[in-house]
Ligand binder design. Structure first.
Ligand code: HEC
Length: 191
Protein backbone atom coordinates (compact mmCIF):
# COMPACT_ATOMS: atom_id res chain seq x y z
CA UNK A 1 0.00 0.00 0.00
CA UNK A 2 1.37 3.37 -0.97
CA UNK A 3 1.50 6.10 1.63
CA UNK A 4 -1.02 8.20 -0.33
CA UNK A 5 -3.66 5.47 0.06
CA UNK A 6 -3.43 5.23 3.81
CA UNK A 7 -6.05 6.77 6.03
CA UNK A 8 -5.00 10.14 7.42
CA UNK A 9 -5.92 11.84 10.68
CA UNK A 10 -7.42 14.65 8.63
CA UNK A 11 -5.33 17.56 9.82
CA UNK A 12 -2.34 19.29 8.29
CA UNK A 13 0.04 21.75 9.89
CA UNK A 14 2.65 23.44 7.76
CA UNK A 15 2.35 20.60 5.27
CA UNK A 16 2.76 17.94 7.94
CA UNK A 17 0.05 15.27 7.90
CA UNK A 18 -0.48 12.36 10.29
CA UNK A 19 -1.39 8.76 9.46
CA UNK A 20 -4.32 7.28 11.35
CA UNK A 21 -2.61 4.37 13.13
CA UNK A 22 -5.15 3.11 15.69
CA UNK A 23 -3.83 0.98 18.54
CA UNK A 24 -4.85 -2.68 18.28
CA UNK A 25 -7.85 -3.71 20.37
CA UNK A 26 -5.95 -6.32 22.35
CA UNK A 27 -3.56 -3.61 23.48
CA UNK A 28 -6.36 -1.23 24.46
CA UNK A 29 -8.22 -3.96 26.36
CA UNK A 30 -5.08 -4.84 28.31
CA UNK A 31 -4.30 -1.21 28.99
CA UNK A 32 -7.76 -0.27 30.28
CA UNK A 33 -7.99 -3.63 32.03
CA UNK A 34 -4.93 -2.82 34.16
CA UNK A 35 -6.40 0.57 35.05
CA UNK A 36 -9.71 -0.97 36.12
CA UNK A 37 -7.90 -3.73 38.04
CA UNK A 38 -5.69 -1.20 39.83
CA UNK A 39 -8.74 0.85 40.75
CA UNK A 40 -10.64 -2.11 42.22
CA UNK A 41 -7.49 -3.39 43.93
CA UNK A 42 -6.83 -0.02 45.52
CA UNK A 43 -10.43 0.37 46.75
CA UNK A 44 -10.50 -3.20 48.13
CA UNK A 45 -7.21 -3.15 50.01
CA UNK A 46 -6.65 0.54 50.84
CA UNK A 47 -10.15 1.89 51.35
CA UNK A 48 -12.41 -1.07 52.18
CA UNK A 49 -9.84 -2.66 54.52
CA UNK A 50 -9.16 -5.93 52.66
CA UNK A 51 -6.74 -8.26 54.51
CA UNK A 52 -2.99 -7.86 54.05
CA UNK A 53 -0.83 -10.91 53.26
CA UNK A 54 0.27 -10.95 56.87
CA UNK A 55 -3.32 -10.98 58.15
CA UNK A 56 -4.20 -13.78 55.73
CA UNK A 57 -1.22 -15.79 56.95
CA UNK A 58 -2.16 -15.22 60.60
CA UNK A 59 -5.73 -16.33 59.94
CA UNK A 60 -4.53 -19.48 58.12
CA UNK A 61 -2.09 -20.31 60.95
CA UNK A 62 -4.82 -19.80 63.52
CA UNK A 63 -7.19 -22.24 61.86
CA UNK A 64 -4.32 -24.71 61.40
CA UNK A 65 -3.42 -24.50 65.09
CA UNK A 66 -7.02 -24.97 66.19
CA UNK A 67 -7.39 -28.01 63.93
CA UNK A 68 -4.17 -29.42 65.32
CA UNK A 69 -5.25 -29.02 68.92
CA UNK A 70 -8.66 -30.50 68.08
CA UNK A 71 -6.94 -33.60 66.70
CA UNK A 72 -4.63 -33.78 69.72
CA UNK A 73 -7.62 -33.45 72.06
CA UNK A 74 -9.58 -36.15 70.25
CA UNK A 75 -6.68 -38.63 70.33
CA UNK A 76 -6.03 -37.92 74.01
CA UNK A 77 -9.70 -38.19 74.87
CA UNK A 78 -9.93 -41.69 73.43
CA UNK A 79 -6.90 -43.05 75.30
CA UNK A 80 -8.34 -44.85 78.32
CA UNK A 81 -6.38 -45.76 81.42
CA UNK A 82 -4.69 -49.05 80.74
CA UNK A 83 -1.69 -50.81 82.22
CA UNK A 84 1.10 -53.02 80.94
CA UNK A 85 -0.56 -55.94 82.76
CA UNK A 86 -3.94 -55.29 81.09
CA UNK A 87 -2.27 -55.49 77.70
CA UNK A 88 -0.32 -58.57 78.64
CA UNK A 89 -3.52 -60.25 79.78
CA UNK A 90 -5.27 -59.46 76.47
CA UNK A 91 -2.36 -61.04 74.60
CA UNK A 92 -3.04 -64.39 76.26
CA UNK A 93 -6.13 -64.70 74.05
CA UNK A 94 -4.98 -66.08 70.67
CA UNK A 95 -7.76 -64.09 69.01
CA UNK A 96 -6.04 -60.91 70.16
CA UNK A 97 -2.78 -61.78 68.40
CA UNK A 98 -4.62 -63.02 65.31
CA UNK A 99 -6.48 -59.72 65.05
CA UNK A 100 -3.18 -57.88 65.59
CA UNK A 101 -1.49 -59.85 62.81
CA UNK A 102 -4.36 -59.11 60.46
CA UNK A 103 -4.21 -55.38 61.17
CA UNK A 104 -0.44 -55.40 60.91
CA UNK A 105 -0.46 -57.11 57.50
CA UNK A 106 -3.11 -54.75 56.18
CA UNK A 107 -1.95 -51.42 57.53
CA UNK A 108 1.63 -51.55 58.80
CA UNK A 109 3.60 -54.09 56.79
CA UNK A 110 4.11 -51.80 53.81
CA UNK A 111 6.27 -49.52 55.95
CA UNK A 112 7.66 -51.80 58.65
CA UNK A 113 8.14 -54.88 56.48
CA UNK A 114 6.05 -58.08 56.36
CA UNK A 115 8.17 -59.61 59.13
CA UNK A 116 8.54 -56.36 61.08
CA UNK A 117 12.13 -56.20 59.89
CA UNK A 118 11.86 -52.50 58.97
CA UNK A 119 11.52 -50.78 55.60
CA UNK A 120 10.49 -47.13 55.56
CA UNK A 121 9.70 -47.37 59.25
CA UNK A 122 12.06 -48.86 61.84
CA UNK A 123 12.66 -52.53 62.56
CA UNK A 124 10.16 -53.43 65.29
CA UNK A 125 11.84 -56.68 66.38
CA UNK A 126 15.21 -55.35 67.55
CA UNK A 127 16.21 -53.81 70.86
CA UNK A 128 16.42 -50.28 69.48
CA UNK A 129 13.56 -47.84 69.95
CA UNK A 130 13.16 -44.28 68.77
CA UNK A 131 9.99 -43.70 70.78
CA UNK A 132 9.75 -45.08 74.30
CA UNK A 133 11.48 -48.26 75.43
CA UNK A 134 9.47 -50.91 73.63
CA UNK A 135 7.05 -51.79 76.44
CA UNK A 136 3.51 -52.65 75.40
CA UNK A 137 2.34 -49.30 76.75
CA UNK A 138 5.04 -47.41 74.83
CA UNK A 139 4.15 -49.22 71.61
CA UNK A 140 0.42 -48.62 72.05
CA UNK A 141 1.16 -44.95 72.71
CA UNK A 142 3.17 -44.42 69.53
CA UNK A 143 0.65 -46.41 67.48
CA UNK A 144 -2.20 -44.27 68.84
CA UNK A 145 -0.54 -40.87 68.59
CA UNK A 146 1.95 -41.49 65.78
CA UNK A 147 5.01 -39.40 65.04
CA UNK A 148 3.30 -37.22 62.44
CA UNK A 149 6.33 -35.15 61.41
CA UNK A 150 8.39 -38.35 60.90
CA UNK A 151 5.93 -40.17 58.64
CA UNK A 152 4.20 -42.37 61.22
CA UNK A 153 0.45 -41.71 61.29
CA UNK A 154 -1.66 -41.34 64.44
CA UNK A 155 -3.61 -44.59 64.14
CA UNK A 156 -5.81 -43.60 67.08
CA UNK A 157 -7.89 -41.73 64.52
CA UNK A 158 -8.39 -44.82 62.34
CA UNK A 159 -8.28 -47.87 64.62
CA UNK A 160 -10.54 -48.80 67.51
CA UNK A 161 -8.98 -49.20 70.96
CA UNK A 162 -9.04 -53.00 70.89
CA UNK A 163 -7.42 -52.93 67.43
CA UNK A 164 -4.61 -50.72 68.75
CA UNK A 165 -4.06 -53.12 71.66
CA UNK A 166 -4.16 -56.15 69.36
CA UNK A 167 -1.55 -54.78 66.94
CA UNK A 168 0.53 -53.61 69.92
CA UNK A 169 0.55 -57.11 71.36
CA UNK A 170 1.33 -58.59 67.97
CA UNK A 171 4.40 -56.34 67.64
CA UNK A 172 5.45 -57.14 71.20
CA UNK A 173 5.15 -60.87 70.46
CA UNK A 174 7.68 -60.50 67.62
CA UNK A 175 10.42 -59.11 69.86
CA UNK A 176 13.82 -60.68 69.15
CA UNK A 177 12.32 -62.76 66.32
CA UNK A 178 15.41 -61.98 64.18
CA UNK A 179 13.74 -61.75 60.75
CA UNK A 180 15.98 -61.96 57.66
CA UNK A 181 17.26 -58.72 56.08
CA UNK A 182 16.67 -56.54 59.13
CA UNK A 183 16.84 -52.78 58.75
CA UNK A 184 19.78 -51.21 60.58
CA UNK A 185 18.93 -50.31 64.18
CA UNK A 186 17.47 -46.86 64.80
CA UNK A 187 17.07 -45.04 68.09
CA UNK A 188 18.35 -46.00 71.53
CA UNK A 189 19.42 -49.46 72.62
CA UNK A 190 17.07 -50.79 75.32
CA UNK A 191 18.50 -53.71 77.31
C1 HEC B 1 3.75 -44.71 55.93
C2 HEC B 1 4.63 -45.58 56.62
C3 HEC B 1 4.19 -46.17 57.93
C4 HEC B 1 3.07 -46.92 58.20
C5 HEC B 1 1.96 -47.33 57.24
C6 HEC B 1 3.18 -47.31 59.59
N1 HEC B 1 4.31 -46.79 60.14
FE1 HEC B 1 4.94 -47.09 62.05
N2 HEC B 1 6.50 -45.83 61.71
C7 HEC B 1 6.83 -45.26 60.50
C8 HEC B 1 8.00 -44.42 60.66
C9 HEC B 1 8.70 -43.61 59.57
C10 HEC B 1 8.36 -44.52 62.02
C11 HEC B 1 9.55 -43.84 62.72
C12 HEC B 1 9.06 -42.61 63.44
C13 HEC B 1 10.21 -41.86 64.11
O1 HEC B 1 11.16 -41.53 63.39
O2 HEC B 1 10.12 -41.61 65.32
C14 HEC B 1 7.41 -45.43 62.65
C15 HEC B 1 7.45 -45.82 63.97
C16 HEC B 1 6.66 -46.80 64.54
C17 HEC B 1 6.83 -47.34 65.86
C18 HEC B 1 7.89 -46.89 66.87
C19 HEC B 1 9.22 -47.48 66.49
C20 HEC B 1 10.37 -46.91 67.33
O3 HEC B 1 11.52 -47.34 67.10
O4 HEC B 1 10.13 -46.02 68.14
C21 HEC B 1 5.86 -48.28 66.04
C22 HEC B 1 5.63 -49.14 67.28
C23 HEC B 1 5.08 -48.34 64.84
N3 HEC B 1 5.60 -47.41 63.93
C24 HEC B 1 4.01 -49.16 64.62
C25 HEC B 1 3.19 -49.09 63.49
C26 HEC B 1 1.93 -49.81 63.37
C27 HEC B 1 1.33 -50.72 64.42
C28 HEC B 1 1.43 -49.49 62.14
C29 HEC B 1 0.13 -49.94 61.52
C30 HEC B 1 -1.08 -49.73 62.26
C31 HEC B 1 2.38 -48.59 61.50
N4 HEC B 1 3.42 -48.37 62.36
C32 HEC B 1 2.23 -48.10 60.23
C33 HEC B 1 6.16 -45.43 59.30
C34 HEC B 1 4.97 -46.09 59.16
Amino acid sequence: MKNEDREMQGHEYDGIKEFDNPLPNWWLVTFFGTIIFAFIYYIHYEVAGGPSLKQELNAAMKSFESQKSAVAASTKATAPEITEQDLQKMSEDPKNLALGAQIYDGKCAMCHGPQLQGLVGPNLTDKHWKNGKGTRLDISHVVRNGVPDKGMAAWGLLLKDDEIYAVTNYIFSKKDSNPPNPKAPEGDLVQ
